[in-house]
Design a protein around this ligand. Structure first.
Ligand code: OOG
Ligand code: MG
Length: 262
């Protein structure tokens, strides 16, 4: 840690205010270049606590920057994790108020629901698969609170990995009935295909992302509780959306997820 408790609290308020007021800020590492990983997650956890204190409920956890497409797009190379909120939860077919965001982008992802607790360290694909119950297609809405969506890893971790919302499909399947690496995903914006890919884009196997999350949490003395919903990370690069856009993601074996930005 390089920051004091007081600095962590102040930065958490600063970054969360950018979200609440939809006013982008300069990335916080500009003013705190020596910030380390612990500082970054401490700010994210402080933001999470601010929300919980106001009555927000956690809707799950997310991994980010787990695919080469995403790492390349953002110019970073380490996966990160964040949390999902009740107020960012949308159902299939939702009309989403675009003014709730600064500069939203969407990502096609595979989401999983945990049947049992997954506790690291040393989790791997096999252990994760045993702990996963259902798989469902999901679209994440990300919205960096930093100007021009430009950040480095520590800034984006502090900013809850740009998490802003997610839309889940209405179909789910038992994990044992799917081959996650070959699961195909096609993302359409206003009827045109904009991105496509397969589950293997996510660390070779989306279950590897859940395993990595368990291992990252273990380093903090935490685990993934049974019943946790997890977004495993964008398969494709993120796509910018604006008011009026219709998004549809088709996922092999799992139907589609759609939403309209109004
Ligand atoms: C960070 C969040 C990335 C993913 O699925 O890779 C993410 C960002 O690119 O803003 O959620
Ligand atoms: Mg994502």
């Amino acid at each position: 840690m390089t920051l004091t408790d007081e600095q962590i609290a102040r930065l958490a308020e600063h970054v969360e205010n950018a979200e609440l007021n939809k006013q982008p800020i300069t990335k916080i590492t500009d003013d705190h270049p020596d910030m380390d990983w612990e500082d970054a997650y401490a700010i994210q956890y402080a933001i999470r606590q601010r929300k919980l204190d106001r009555g927000t409920k956690l809707a799950g956890l997310k991994m980010g920057l787990t695919s080469f497409a995403k790492m390349k797009q953002m110019g970073v190379e380490t996966p990160v994790f964040g949390f999902l909120t009740d107020y960012g939860t949308y159902a299939d077919g939702a009309e989403i108020d675009t003014s709730a965001f600064i500069h939203p982008r969407i990502e096609g992802e595979v989401a999983v629901m945990m049947k049992t607790t997954l506790k690291g360290p040393d989790c791997d694909i096999t252990k994760a698969l045993t702990a996963i119950d259902f798989v469902m297609p999901a679209v994440e809405i990300i919205d960096s609170r930093y100007e021009n969506f430009k950040f480095d890893l520590k800034s984006v971790v502090a900013d809850n990995t740009s998490a802003a919302g997610f839309v889940t499909g209405s179909n789910m399947k038992k994990v044992e009935d799917l081959d996650l690496p070959t699961l195909g995903v096609v993302l359409e914006k206003n009827g045109e295909i904009v991105e496509l890919g397969a589950g293997a884009a996510v660390l070779g196997h989306p279950a590897a992302s859940a395993a990595m999350l368990a291992n990252m949490l273990a380093a903090r003395g935490e685990e993934i509780p049974a019943g946790t919903f997890i977004m495993t990370g964008g398969i494709t690069a993120a796509v910018a959306v604006e008011k009026g856009d219709n998004i549809n993601m088709r996922c092999q074996h799992l139907g589609s997820v759609s939403m309209r930005f109004i």
